[in-house]
Design a protein around this ligand. Structure first.
Ligand SMILES: O=C(O)CCC(=O)C(=O)O
Ligand SMILES: [Fe+2]
Length: 209
């Protein structure tokens, strides 16, 4: 099978993820895909909306908790991102095939933290919806430098934490329900593509099937 990343790379990333609950991958987007997504991102900036907390029915905007603006991607509408959707299929395939996860879907958005934006420490789960298994964030910040802010703070099992710089084409994957994390205040506009690989418990499937 022709894949975007080699099996060896996938195996080493999945080993890391299962040992530590997170993995940081540099150059996850090769230059061509990076350029396509970044230019798509810039074109959609006028359409971003303020992100809330909670699910659709219980969505609240609270600038004290998070200050990003998002644009939800849609595979049918945003078909010009086909190479990216193929990569999403590859991610799902690798986790299902080699980590024995039952991932049945995904949701991705583009995120813009304007200068001053942050996101308090949280888990990627909602009280009434817990089907997010793996979080995937890919950064689109060219020339990011210390002092620009917007680092991702990851909390380890022993509650110590460390910072991940949001460098262009860097990807962070982590277990959505297990890894508390925060986005430190950005001092410059901060761009990313963020997604969640979703688990559909079979009991739920029976009712909507
Ligand atoms: O952009 C990041 O580094 C993390 C974003 C995040 O935690 C979220 O959107 O839930
Ligand atoms: Fe998060």
């Amino acid at each position: 099978m022709q894949t975007y990343h080699s099996l060896e790379q996938w195996f080493s990333w999945m080993d890391d993820l299962s040992a530590k609950d997170y993995v940081v991958i540099d150059h996850f987007f090769q230059p061509e895909m990076y350029a396509e997504i970044r230019s798509f991102f810039l074109g959609k900036l006028p359409n971003f909306t303020e992100a809330g907390i909670g699910t659709n029915a219980d969505n609240q905007i609270n600038k004290n908790v998070r200050g990003d603006f998002t644009y939800w991607l849609d595979r049918k509408r945003d078909e010009q991102l086909q190479p990216f959707w193929n990569l999403v299929d590859e991610i799902l395939y690798m986790f299902n095939r080699y980590c024995f996860l039952s991932l049945s879907g995904y949701e991705f958005h583009l995120a813009h933290y304007p200068s001053g934006g942050h996101y308090d420490k949280h888990l990627d789960q909602f009280e009434n919806r817990n089907n997010r298994m793996i979080s995937v964030v890919i950064y689109l910040n060219e020339g990011w430098q210390k002092g620009d802010g917007g680092e991702l703070e990851i909390f380890e099992r022993d509650e110590t934490s460390f910072l991940v710089e949001p460098l262009a084409a860097r990807c962070v994957m982590f277990k959505s329900a297990d890894v508390p994390h925060a986005v430190l205040q950005a001092h410059k506009s901060r761009f990313s593509v963020t997604g969640w690989l979703l688990y559909q418990p079979s009991a739920v499937g029976r009712f909507i099937g």
